[in-house]
Ligand binder design. Structure first.
Ligand code: HEC
Ligand code: HEC
Length: 313
């Protein structure tokens, strides 16, 4: 009886091997190009699921492990495929890499169920540093020229005074009006981007702050607004970094019905001290959505609110 059961199970196991979703390697048409050391890290840690060069170990070939791997590869390729990344515009490439490094930093990638069986895929702290250096190189900090500092200070005073005092700010090409009130919102994050030489602050309105406190941030409630304010980095003599010339302010306004065609968010951006609306026509928002698309599981929002913004528990 036992022998028959075992034989029966063995047969089922063998038959299961025939139930295999097909996993093929399409040609790598536009492989992402990078220095050899960077490429090597991504190859060993990410290419199994995020490229058209999937190589399986013998133990991955056995069902049910195979089905799990095949589904990871399929979904992995859909969100990020290094074999096609080379064909993307540079801005998009950079955004994808930035997101890739964030995923590694958060410990989300490579998937732990994969590294348990493939320990060689783990990204070491040294390798993470190498990726960061490639994506966000740190330029030597040179003190800023006095003229630039004065220009920045003048812009800052104008910024504080409010743009509405000088001339009305023109609406964005998709009809979204400027939101001067953002200066009073709360900061939920800041980033120091050495690659673009900018310093950024992410501000959130009351609706967003309440959503953070109530842990209802995915999706964000209608009425949520984020502002991303960017300044040039302004290194001082002591090696510190201050906000320099005002660059731009970008908004994301949540309304899942009104802005359904642009991922549930209204997008708008104003450039420079004169607050010139960004974009030639309403299509500019497509570019915003495309770059935020890798974050669709986070309701298209890059920023994870820092603990301080959550307020007292
Ligand atoms: C075992 C397969 C596997 C490996 C190895 C792997 N990933 Fe992923 N990755 C996935 C899957 C599956 C998803 C889709 C996540 C989902 O749908 O929940 C994903 C999603 C992502 C995303 C998009 C995140 C999002 O929420 O949209 C990024 C970025 C990413 N991976 C980067 C990496 C990087 C960088 C590496 C290497 C350090 C890596 N992955 C290694 C399977 C993998
Ligand atoms: C090249 C990729 C890219 C494009 C294009 C882009 N963004 Fe973003 N956006 C980011 C990244 C990355 C962040 C995270 C903060 C940072 O590091 O700048 C971000 C953050 C934001 C935030 C703060 C909320 C969040 O998601 O963290 C707003 C608001 C925002 N972007 C608005 C816009 C608008 C409006 C446009 C189009 C005019 C736009 N973005 C286009 C990459 C992009």
């Amino acid at each position: 009886m036992i022998v028959r059961t075992i034989a029966g199970l063995a047969l089922v196991f063998l038959l299961l091997q025939l139930v295999r979703p097909k996993l093929t390697n399409p040609p790598a048409t536009a492989d992402f190009e990078a220095p050899a050391d960077v490429k090597e890290i991504l190859r060993k840690a990410c290419y199994a699921c995020h490229s058209n060069e999937t190589r399986l170990s013998w133990f991955d070939e056995i069902v049910p492990a195979y089905q799990l791997v095949a589904s990871d590869v399929k979904r992995g390729r859909m969100v990020l495929n290094f074999s096609e990344l080379g064909a993307q515009p540079k801005a998009r490439r950079n955004a994808v890499l930035f997101e890739a490094v964030s995923q590694i930093q958060m410990g989300a990638m490579p998937l732990s169920r994969y590294t348990r069986l493939h320990p060689e895929a783990v990204v070491t702290p040294g390798e993470l540093a190498a990726l960061r250096d490639y994506i966000l190189p740190v330029p030597p900090a040179r003190p800023t020229a006095q003229l630039d500092i004065e220009a920045a200070d003048a812009q800052y005073r104008q910024w504080i005074a409010g743009a509405s005092t000088s001339h009305p700010v023109q609406a964005a090409p998709n009809g979204i009006a400027f939101l001067p009130g953002y200066k009073n919102w709360r900061a939920i994050s800041s980033t120091d981007r050495t690659d673009t030489n900018t310093l950024k602050m992410i501000l959130a309105n009351d609706v967003a702050i309440r959503a953070i406190a109530e842990h209802k941030i995915n999706p964000w409630p209608n009425g949520t607004v984020f502002a991303k304010v960017s300044w040039m980095r302004q290194p001082d003599e002591n090696g510190g970094i201050r906000t320099g010339k005002f660059e731009q302010v970008a908004f994301m306004i949540k309304n899942s019905e009104k802005y359904a065609s642009t991922a549930g968010w209204g997008w708008a951006q104003w450039m420079g001290a004169e607050l010139k609306p960004f974009g030639i026509d309403a299509n500019f928002a497509r570019e915003c959505v495309a770059c935020h698309l890798p974050l669709r599981k986070n309701d298209y929002v890059f920023t994870a609110p820092i603990a301080a913004a959550r307020g007292p528990a």
